[in-house]
Design a binder for this molecule. Structure first.
Ligand code: PMP
Length: 276
């Protein structure tokens, strides 16, 4: 696999970054994952916009738009990747370890693409989730590489024989370990409002637009664990997982335990939007 690291195109086995890179030492970095459908990047503009906001928040001096030629070249060098993912990470760069933000001119940029095939089991039958207390920080809207608690929540789900973890802060349900979350109640979609407790997902945004076009009402409001367990339907949204139905939480069935009709409509609308 050929990867991009700081202006160079290298075999993945040859690609390295400094041990002093601030991504490695402090998670001082932001990243994006994009879905490649039919050899093209899906919603590139929205991913670039979110990346730019993250860079600005962390005060990393870099323009996300400058990545466009790198992405084009990555796709050109990997023509076999018709369906896949693109990972890009921008860190502040390498500097001797110190907490203050060094004024670095050269961020560290890493980007690569690889083939991806969706998990049809969850798409078709629905997944199973566990609830996990959200102990992450108050800046979940910034897509930094500091994902350890997301990883630990996912691991807890896997160890309990489930597919994913759903975070809650006290009684309030926020999002999942790597996805946003929607419930369906009496034909209306409910999802946690954007803010410091969730990532403003691109898929979440697309789903809200598609639902409104389909005439399905959407409310961006907080709801509780009890609301989640009493929901008619549940699905998670993410760049790679798309619209993933979930039919069980903490061993309790959601609705009748089957993937519901509203979820199916959203899945179909999303699939048409991707052109796959
Ligand atoms: N929340 C978290 C914590 C995530 O890691 C992700 C995936 N990056 C999402 C939500 C979904 O965001 P998107 O639809 O942009 O992939």
């Amino acid at each position: 696999m050929i990867v991009y690291v700081n202006g160079q195109w290298l075999e993945d086995t040859e690609a390295t970054v400094s041990f002093q890179d601030r991504a490695f030492v402090f998670a001082d970095a932001v990243y994006e994952v994009l879905h490649i459908y039919n050899g093209a990047l899906f919603k590139l503009d929205l991913h670039q916009e979110r990346l730019q906001k993250g860079l600005d928040t962390l005060r990393i001096p870099y323009r996300a738009n400058d990545l466009k030629p790198v992405f084009d070249e990555l796709l050109k060098r990997n023509p076999g990747v018709q369906r896949g993912s693109l990972y890009v990470q921008v860190s502040r760069g390498a500097a001797p370890r110190a907490h203050g933000l060094p004024k670095l001119k050269e961020p560290t940029i890493v980007a690569y693409v690889k083939p991806f095939q969706p998990d049809l089991r969850i798409w078709e039958q629905g997944g199973r989730a566990v609830l996990v207390e959200d102990l992450r920080w108050q800046m979940c809207h910034v897509k930094t590489t500091g994902l350890l608690l997301n990883c630990m929540a996912k691991e807890e789900a896997l160890e309990r024989g489930c597919d994913d973890a759903i975070f809650h802060r006290g009684e309030i349900v926020t999002e999942a370990s790597a996805s946003n979350l929607f419930i369906v109640k009496n034909g209306t979609l409910l999802t946690h409002p954007n803010g410091p407790w969730i990532l403003p997902g691109i898929t979440r945004h697309v789903v809200i637009e598609l639902a409104r076009k389909e005439g399905i009402p959407v409310e961006e409001v907080q709801f509780t664990k009890a609301d989640l367990l009493a929901a008619d339907e549940l699905f998670l949204t993410g760049t790679l997982s798309e619209v993933a139905p979930y039919v069980e939480v903490d061993g309790q069935k959601i609705g009748n335990g089957q993937v519901g009709p509203v979820t199916r409509r959203i899945q179909e609308a999303f699939r048409s939007e991707t052109g796959v």
